[in-house]
Design a protein around this ligand. Structure first.
Ligand code: NAD
Ligand code: GLY
Length: 371
C-alpha cells in the first residue's frame, strides 16, 4: 500500500471553492456537527429550516438543531419522503408549502441534511423560493460528501430524464461530518465510492493508483482513508467548478459514466439501482467506448471494471428494452446537442473529454456490456 500523503494524517480539512464573491468552504472532519467552529460565519437570519428525511432526521437532526441554536431564533424541520423516486415536483412543493405556511422571509436559510436527493431538492428550493434564499449543505452520505453537495447543481427528476428540471445555486457552506458515515449502509458506501473512483480517470492518475491501493480500507470506512478520499475528491471538484461553474465546457468531465448511468436509472425506474451504482457501471461502459474509439487500451477498461467490482458496484448493465431504448434515453441527456449524444471519454488516464461517438461503436459497447 502506498502511504497516505502527510496532510491526510490530520483529522480535518478545509477546501475552498473559489467563485469570487460566491466563494465558500467545504469543511471535512469527524464530529463537525458538534463543533461550534464549523458553524461560524453562517448567513444571518431569523429563521433556519432543516430539510431532511425521516431516516436522517432520526439520526442527526437533533445535533444540527443544537449546532444552529445559537445562530437562529426559529429553527424548523421539514421531513421529505426518502428516496430517489421522490426527487420530484410533489416533494419539492412540500418545502414551499411549509416555508409559506410558516411565513419564512427571503433571508431564511435552508440546511440540506442528508444525501444527494435531499441536497439536490433543497438546493433547488433555495434557488427558487422568493427568487433565491441562502442554503447550506450538510451531506451525510459518502456520495453527497464527495460530489453532490459541492458545486451548486440542484435539480429534480422528470419521469423521462434524470435531473432535468433544476438550477445552478451555490451553497454558502458545506459541512461534511465523516462521523455521519458510521450509520451508512455498506451498499451506500459502495455507491459513494463510484463518484470517488470517477475523479481518477478524469483528472488524477495518481489518485486512481491510491484508490486501488486503499479500496478495501475505504469499504471498511477507515478514518484516514476516508478523510483523504473525501478531501482529494472535493479538491478536484472544486478546481473544475471554479474553472467552469455553469458547464460551458470542462465541467462536463464530472459526468464521466453518467450518460450511460442516467439511462440505467431512468430506464429501470428511479431508485432500483442507486445513482452511484449506475455511475459505476456507466464508467465501465464509457471506458469501453473510449477503447473502441482507440483512445485507451482495453486493458484500462478491465482495470476500471476490476476496481468497480472491488468497490462493490455492478459492472454489467441491464438490457433495458434493447439498444434502441438505450439510445433514446441517452439522446435526452443534457450533454446531447441537436439530438447527437455526447459522451465523456477517457483520452489517457487522468484526462477526459466530451465528444460524440459513431452509433455503431455505441451499439458495440452496449452489446459487450449489457446482460
Ligand atoms: P440518497 O440521498 O438517496 O441517500 C441514500 C440513502 O441513505 C437514503 O435512503 C438516505 O435516507 C440514507 N442516508 C443518508 N445519510 C445517511 C446516514 N448518514 N446514515 C444512514 N442512512 C443515511 O442518495 P445519494 O447517493 O446520497 O445521492 C444520490 C443523488 O445525488 C442522486 O439523485 C443524484 O442525481 C444526485 N447527485 C447530484 C450531484 C450534483 O452535482 N448535484 C452529483 C452527484 C449526484
Ligand atoms: N456531478 C456533476 C457536476 O457537478 O457537474
Amino acid at each position: 500500500m502506498s502511504p497516505l500523503p502527510p496532510a491526510a494524517s490530520t483529522d480535518a480539512a478545509r477546501v475552498e471553492i473559489d467563485l469570487g464573491d460566491r466563494a465558500y468552504d467545504i469543511l471535512i472532519g469527524r464530529g463537525l456537527l458538534d463543533e461550534a467552529a464549523a458553524w461560524r460565519g453562517l448567513p444571518r437570519a431569523d429563521c433556519a429550516v432543516i430539510v431532511t428525511n425521516p431516516t436522517v432526521a432520526s439520526l442527526y437532526a437533533g445535533a444540527l438543531r443544537s449546532a444552529l441554536a445559537n445562530h437562529y431564533r426559529r429553527i424548523l424541520v421539514v421531513e421529505l419522503p426518502d428516496g430517489e423516486a421522490h426527487k420530484d415536483w410533489q416533494t419539492l412543493n412540500l418545502i414551499f408549502d411549509r416555508l409559506l405556511a410558516e411565513g419564512c422571509d427571503r433571508k431564511t436559510v435552508l440546511f440540506a441534511l442528508g444525501g444527494g436527493v435531499v441536497g439536490d431538492i433543497t438546493g433547488f428550493a433555495a434557488a427558487a423560493y422568493m427568487r433565491g434564499v441562502p442554503f447550506v449543505q450538510v451531506p451525510t452520505t459518502l456520495l453527497a460528501q464527495v460530489d453532490s453537495s459541492v458545486g451548486g447543481k440542484t435539480a429534480i427528476n422528470h419521469p423521462r430524464g434524470k435531473n432535468m428540471i433544476g438550477a445552478f445555486h451555490q451553497p454558502r457552506l458545506v459541512v461534511c461530518d465523516l462521523a455521519t458515515l458510521d450509520s451508512l449502509p455498506a451498499r451506500e458506501i459502495s455507491a459513494g465510492l463510484a463518484e470517488i473512483i470517477k475523479y481518477g480517470p478524469i483528472a488524477d492518475a495518481t489518485f486512481l493508483d491510491w484508490i486501488e491501493d486503499h479500496i478495501d480500507a475505504l469499504r471498511a470506512c477507515d478514518a484516514a482513508a476516508l478523510l483523504h478520499a473525501v478531501r482529494r475528491s472535493c479538491e478536484i471538484k472544486a478546481a473544475v467548478v471554479a474553472a467552469d461553474e455553469r458547464e460551458a465546457d470542462v465541467r462536463a468531465i464530472l459526468n464521466f459514466g453518467h450518460t450511460f448511468g442516467h439511462a440505467i436509472e431512468a430506464g429501470l425506474g428511479y431508485g432500483l439501482w442507486l445513482h452511484g451504482e449506475a455511475v459505476g457501471c456507466g464508467m465501465v461502459m464509457a471506458a469501453d467506448l473510449s477503447a473502441r474509439l482507440g483512445l485507451v487500451p482495453f486493458a484500462f477498461v478491465e482495470r476500471l471494471r476490476a476496481l468497480c467490482a472491488r468497490a462493490g458496484l455492478p459492472v454489467r448493465a441491464p438490457r433495458l428494452g434493447g439498444a434502441q431504448q438505450w439510445l433514446d434515453l441517452m439522446r435526452l441527456d443534457k450533454k446531447a446537442e441537436g439530438g447527437e449524444i455526447r459522451f465523456v471519454v477517457i483520452e489517457s488516464v487522468g484526462k477526459a473529454a466530451l465528444r460524440p461517438a459513431p452509433e455503431a461503436l455505441v451499439r458495440e459497447t452496449l452489446a459487450a456490456n449489457c446482460d
